[in-house]
Write a protein of this length. Structure first.
Length: 120
C-alpha cells in the first residue's frame, strides 16, 4: 500500500478533522517546546548567579516549569566538577523532540504537508 492509498482510506470527515486540528496543534506544540527550551537556557545562565532565588519574584516563571524535571534528572546525573549539567541535557532533549515533531522534517510537519497535497 502506497502513501496515496493509505490517505485515500481515511474518510472525508477524518481528513476534515485533521485539517482543523493539526495546524493549531503544530503551532502550539512548536511554541511550547521553544518556550521550554528558552526557559532551560535561562536556567543555564542563572547558574552563573547563585544568589538568585528562583522561588521569588519573576524568577518563579523560570523556576516553576523547569524545576520538577531538573530535580528528577539530578537524581540520575550527578554534577560534573561541581556544575549542574541537567539544564544542558534538557535543552538538548527538548530541542531534539521539537525537531522530531515540528521541525522542517518533523512528523507533524510531514503529516501537514501530506494533507495539503491530498486536499488539492
Amino acid at each position: 500500500m502506497t502513501g496515496a492509498d493509505s490517505s485515500a482510506a481515511l474518510p472525508p470527515e477524518a481528513l476534515a478533522l485533521l485539517h482543523q486540528l493539526l495546524p493549531p496543534l503544530h503551532l502550539g506544540l512548536g511554541l511550547a517546546l521553544s518556550a521550554w527550551t528558552l526557559l532551560f537556557l535561562f536556567r543555564i545562565v542563572l547558574t552563573w548567579y547563585p544568589q538568585v532565588d528562583l522561588g521569588q519574584g519573576p524568577w518563579r516563571l523560570v523556576g516553576a516549569p523547569t524545576e520538577p524535571v531538573l530535580a528528577l534528572t539530578r537524581r540520575l546525573v550527578a554534577p560534573i566538577g561541581g556544575v549542574d549539567v541537567t539544564p544542558v541535557i534538557w535543552v538538548g532533549l527538548v530541542s531534539l523532540l521539537r525537531e522530531l515533531l515540528v521541525g522542517q522534517q518533523g512528523l507533524l510537519s510531514q503529516v501537514l504537508l501530506r494533507l495539503s497535497v491530498f486536499s488539492t
